[in-house]
Design a binder for this molecule. Sequence first.
Ligand SMILES: [Zn+2]
Length: 98
Amino acid sequence: MTFLLRFLLFVAAFYLLRKLLNRLFGKRVASSGRRARPATGTRKEISGQTVKDPQCGTYVATSIAVPLQVKGKTYHFCSTQCRDQFLREADQSRPSVA
Ligand SMILES: [Zn+2]
């Protein structure tokens, strides 16, 4: 019975030690470990890069911009409103040839 008790004490001590180490080095381990990367299909753009919103002229970071692909070209907008407005004007400017 004393053997079991000693074993349990050992396990408990080991567990507490690990918990303490995790608390001390947890942050460092988390940051140096695998970094959470947004799983976007395309990674042609580096996050933090700024592009000009063709609609309002605002410079916006690609990581937070609203992307729109038109004929293989990617536009970035500061908001969905700008994107929708851009699409609307593109439709209006297009000559309606039957
Ligand atoms: Zn805009």
